[in-house]
Design a binder for this molecule. Structure first.
Ligand code: NZQ
Ligand code: ZN
Length: 388
C-alpha cells in the first residue's frame, strides 16, 4: 500500500427496485425548498419525474424546477443554477439523471455562494470551498460515472477552452442516492454501452498506475470480470435486470474513492477524452473507448508487469511459451475484442475528430505526471492520430 490515507465516504445508498420508497424519508431531513435538477426530458418520458414529484409532495416540499442540464454540462448552465439557488434560498439540490446532472449539482452547490470566480477557484486552481455549500441528493438514471457516490464534478467551459474535472471533498458527495436498476432500462443502447466503457476506464485508470500487486489490484480485477460478464449479457438483452443491477453496483464501486486508496491513478485517458469532449461534445464513454487502445499500446512497455497481470487475471490469457510482452499484448487484444462485441466506438473520427482539429484537441488535453509514463505533447498527437 502506498502512502497514508483517510477513507471517508458519507453517501447513503438505497439500492433495488423498491429504493424509491426511501426518497420521501430522506427529503424530510432537509429544509422546505428543494431544487429539482434534471436533464433534457428523459425523466418525463419514462415516469421517473412523476415518481420523484410524488415523493417531494409526500415530504411537503416546495419545488424549484431546474431543467435542461445537458450532457457535458457547461459553466454557463452552472451559473444559471447558482442564481436559482440564491433567489429561492434552496435547502437541497435533488439531481435526477446521469453523471452530467449530478456533477452539475455539485458545481452549483459549491459555486452558488462562492465570492470569488468559481471556475478559477475550483476547476483551474483546484481549490476548496470556503463558503456555504448546499446539500445534494441524487436519483441515478444512467450508469457509468460513479458521480452518485463521489465528489467528482466535470464541467465544460467553452469560453475558457477547457473541460476540467474537480474532485470535491465529502461535503459535496450526494448525502443519499437512490439506485434503482429499472430506472436505467430506457437509456438508449449507445449511451448504455458508453457507460459500460466508462466503468471499465475508471477501473483501468486506477489499475494501470501506482503500486502493483496490492489489495486494490485484486478488487479491480474482480470488478472488471464482473463488468465483462454482465456487459456481454446486457449488450444483447438490455432488459436483463440481473445484468443491469450488477453493472450499476460495479459502476458505483469503480469510482467511489475506495480503489484509489493506497494505489493512486493515471487518468491520462480521461484527460484526452475530455479534450475530445470539449471540441466535439461527444459522449464521454465513447471518447474514452476511442483513445484507450492507442494509449495503452503506447505505455504498455512502461508498465509491462501490470499489463501482463491484466491479461492473466482479467482475460485468462495462457502464458505458456510466451514472452511477457506477448502475454500483455494478448490482454489488450482481448480488451479490444470485448469492446467490439458490446458495440463501442473504436475510432475518434466517428466522434468528430479530424486531421484539421486534432492539434486543438491535443492542446486541450492536460498532461498528468502520475502514470507509467508522462507524455509529451507530441505523444498526445501520436495517440490521437492513431485513434482516428
Ligand atoms: O438529459 P436527459 O434527457 O436525461 O438524457 C440523458 C442524456 O442525453 C440520457 N439519459 C440518462 N438517463 C436516462 C437517459 N435516457 C433515457 N432513460 C434514462 N433513464 O443519457 C444521456 C447522457 O446522460 P449523462 O448524464 O450526460 O451521461 P453520463 O452519466 O455518462 O455523464 C457524463 C458526464 O459525467 C462526467 C463526464 O465527463 C460527462 O460530463 N464524468 C463525471 C465523473 C465523476 N463525477 O466522477 C467521472 C467520469 O469520468 C466523467 O468524467
Ligand atoms: Zn469517466
Amino acid at each position: 500500500m502506498q502512502g497514508n490515507f483517510t477513507y471517508h465516504n458519507p453517501t447513503k445508498l438505497h439500492f433495488g427496485e423498491e429504493a424509491m420508497k426511501h426518497l420521501a424519508g430522506e427529503l424530510k431531513n432537509y429544509g422546505p425548498t428543494v431544487m429539482l435538477s434534471y436533464g433534457g426530458g428523459s425523466i418525463k418520458r419514462n415516469g421517473i419525474y412523476d415518481a420523484v414529484m410524488a415523493a417531494l409532495k409526500e415530504a411537503g416540499k416546495t419545488v424549484v424546477e431546474d431543467a435542461g442540464v445537458m450532457p457535458n454540462p457547461t459553466y454557463e448552465k452552472v451559473q444559471g443554477g447558482c442564481a436559482l439557488v440564491r433567489d429561492h434560498k434552496v435547502d437541497l439540490i435533488l439531481a435526477v439523471g446521469g453523471g452530467s446532472t449530478i456533477d452539475y449539482a455539485k458545481a452549483v452547490s459549491a459555486s452558488a455562494y462562492c465570492e470569488e470566480d468559481a471556475w478559477e477557484k475550483y476547476w483551474v486552481k483546484q481549490g476548496w470551498p470556503s463558503c456555504q455549500v448546499v446539500p445534494i441528493g441524487s436519483v441515478l438514471t444512467m450508469v457509468g460515472t460513479g458521480s452518485e457516490m463521489n465528489g467528482g464534478s466535470v464541467i465544460t467551459n467553452r469560453k475558457a477552452g477547457f473541460k476540467l474535472g474537480k474532485v470535491f471533498g465529502p461535503d459535496l458527495y450526494p448525502k443519499f442516492t437512490i439506485l434503482n436498476p429499472r430506472f436505467t432500462m430506457t437509456v438508449p443502447q449507445y449511451q448504455m454501452v458508453a457507460g459500460f466503457f466508462d466503468i471499465m476506464s475508471h477501473l483501468m485508470e486506477q489499475y494501470f498506475a501506482g503500486k502493483a500487486d496490492c489489495t486494490t489490484d485484486y478488487l479491480i480485477e474482480g470488478l472488471m470480470r464482473s463488468l465483462v460478464h454482465s456487459s456481454r449479457i446486457a449488450a444483447k438483452n438490455p432488459q436483463d435486470y440481473e445484468a443491469r443491477a450488477n453493472i450499476m453496483w460495479t459502476a458505483t464501486w469503480a469510482l467511489n474513492t475506495l480503489l484509489k486508496m493506497g494505489k493512486g491513478g493515471d487518468w491520462e485517458v480521461h484527460q484526452i477524452g475530455h479534450a475530445i469532449g470539449l471540441v466535439t461534445d461527444a459522449t464521454h464513454g465513447m471518447t474514452l473507448a476511442a483513445v484507450s487502445l492507442p494509449y495503452y499500446r503506447h505505455v504498455m512497455r512502461d508498465g509491462l508487469h501490470q499489463f501482463k497481470r491484466f491479461a492473466l487475471n482479467v482475460w485468462g490469457v495462457r502464458p505458456e511459451g510466451k514472452s511477457d510482452e506477448q502475454v500483455a499484448t494478448e490482454g489488450l487484444q482481448c480488451l479490444e475484442a470485448w469492446m467490439k462485441e458490446i458495440g463501442l466506438v473504436m475510432h475518434s473520427k466517428e466522434l468528430g475528430v479530424t486531421e484539421a482539429n486534432l492539434q486543438r484537441v491535443a492542446d486541450a488535453a492536460l498532461i498528468l505526471p502520475v502514470g507509467y509514463r508522462t507524455l509529451t505533447r507530441e505523444e498526445v498527437v501520436e495517440i490521437l492520430t492513431e485513434s482516428l
